[in-house]
Design a binder for this molecule. Structure first.
Ligand SMILES: [Zn+2]
Length: 205
């Protein structure tokens, strides 16, 4: 049985999720101070840090986490473009991530097995080129692709409207119980069927 802890960053209210499965922990995104994560994880094992995408509000402490917990960071292969680009990270004071030695890059739709976790990874560009969604035991972690109401912005560097439409169509077919977004509140499958329909209609105007 998974236990999911949610934390909200003081920088653009980005969500960070710590997921517990028996003794193993998994961290999704990295916008909150390391100490907050350490308080939850304690001395337990962290099997990895997953990034939903490279925007600064989601990626800013990922290397710190990986060093502290001696684990890898998993992110879409296009993430380097965002991490290295001061403009794309969308933060005036954001420091660029330069140490890539901790990263493992994933490509397209794939599966990961990390400790006790079995993770279905879905490549969902549109908000940016490196958006990756993760399905873990019926919980869909969608980053900035989908929110409880609405979807991520598509007016940023490497945003693409057509890709967003395709990504929404992909997510629409995934069976999940709860959606955990990069910002804001959780929602459920039925709410998202309606939400995705509205978002797609908006994009097709
Ligand atoms: Zn974003």
């Amino acid at each position: 049985m998974l236990k999911i802890f949610k934390m909200v960053s003081d920088y653009i209210d980005a969500n960070v999720y710590v997921v517990k499965n028996e003794e193993d922990y998994l961290i999704i995104d990295s916008g909150v101070d390391l100490n907050i994560i350490k308080n939850i994880v304690g001395e337990n094992k962290v099997v990895g840090v997953l990034l939903t995408h490279g925007h600064y509000d989601h990626s800013r402490f990922c290397v710190e986490y990986a060093k502290e917990f001696n684990c890898k960071i998993y992110a879409n292969k296009n993430v380097t473009g965002t991490l290295f680009d001061k403009e794309a990270i969308y933060s005036p004071n954001g420091e660029l991530v330069q140490d890539l030695s901790r990263f493992i890059f994933i490509e397209g739709d794939t599966k990961l097995k990390l400790g006790n976790f079995e993770i279905d990874c879905f490549y969902c560009p549109g908000h940016c080129k490196c958006c990756q969604c993760y399905l873990i035991e019926g919980n869909l972690f969608a980053g900035d692709v989908l929110f409880d109401r609405g979807m991520g912005r598509i007016d940023l560097k490497t945003s693409n409207k057509e890709e967003m439409l395709n990504s929404l169509a992909k997510l629409e077919k995934i069976k999940f119980n709860t959606l955990y977004s990069g910002h804001g509140d959780e929602s459920d499958f039925n709410e998202q069927q309606r939400n995705i329909y509205i978002c797609k209609r908006f994009l097709k105007r």
